[in-house]
Design a protein around this ligand. Sequence first.
Ligand code: HAM
Length: 411
Amino acid sequence: MSNLQAPRGTHDIFGPDAIKYQYIHDIFRQTCEQYSFSFISTPIFESLQVFDRTLGEVSDIVSKEMYVFEDRGGDRMSLRPEGTAGVVRAFLSNSLQRETPLKFWYSGPMFRYERPQKGRYRQFHQVGVEALGIDNPLADAEVISLGFEIFRKLKLTEKIKLEINSLGSATDRQKYRQILVDYYNKFQSQLSEDSRKRLLLNPMRILDSKDPQDIKINIEAPKLADHLSEDSRKKFELVQDLLKAKNYAFTINPSLVRGLDYYNDLVFEFKTDTLGAQDAVLSGGRYDGLVETMGGQATPGVGFAAGVERLMLMLDQYPEVTRPVVFVALGVDAEKLAFQTGEALRMSGVTVEHAYSGNIGKRMKRATKLNAKWVVIFGDEEVKNKTATIKNFDTGNQENVSLSDLLAKIS
Ligand code: HAM
């Protein structure tokens, strides 16, 4: 068992990464609370059927990226590749339909068998929100605004750009699909092999192909925007008006189609050019048909998820860890005193660490490594006199204080 490694595409999070990871979660949680979302946690594995039809059988996720397994009882399960389908499953299993509108936020690991590269992993973490039961573009604008707020608080606004698009209603899309197929059929022989496959299965995905030849063909491709129903067009305009009212910058990207099947009308992505090929940081949209697809009464939904690792890669300003007060106790009696005093300080909200072993030099080095603000030294003298020798690590000043003054001195 010597060369044990984390599985390919996964990683351990510790040290400075752990600080970023927690900071992002803290900001996300606070902001979701301001927007009145409440927390939900759903299992990291579900019956396969929660995902396969809902995300789209021909989507990349379902067709080649899911971690599917049979459990010991013979049931087909999947590790969750995303959070939305699980939240909707929970909404249905817990009969929450009468309690709408409901606004949930979640966070946790997701699993996709993708080719690992910078910003793309097989186990990654998402933070996300889902608003269920609100058929109003106000909710669309609100989730986008929540996204902007997260980036503002993380000081990442400069690094992101919002793109939006409307996919229209399911009927709009069906009509448009045929129009697209007719168009691409004329270029069959010039399309990339992937796109030729997509032509049969999911022609809209050709629109976001990265193949140079496909890109040329896409320039003249019919635009869904020109084939939206009146209702969808109005909804899309309203979302845009709301975003403009808040002075949020965005561009309409007609080829933004998203890789999951459940969307209709608004889709959006906050993109960055700081992560190479993996440019989507926070993405989502409306999914008014999903609850019905999963067997419930028609209930509109809108939400997004952000990739925590991608946010971590972008983050360059985050709070430092609290500098501790480090106890250096020499001798058993001194350790007893350090333990008691340390616990009392912790109960008053002070961050305390002990330099557990070694000679005084080694323990002071440990205090330096921990970026100590103060060091509290206990030796025989201090034990006898009920005092502490304290050293301010910024000024280097050292003094002897009575134990009753200790808290006041270092606060
Ligand atoms: P998604 O676009 O598939 O949407 O994923 C959301 C975010 O997760 C992406 O923008 C990206 O930051 C991150 N992400 C995706 N795949 C990976 C990966 N392999 N490694 C690292 N990060 C990744 C969804 O999952 C939808 N459920 C979002 C949603 C919620 N739509 C409506 N409600």
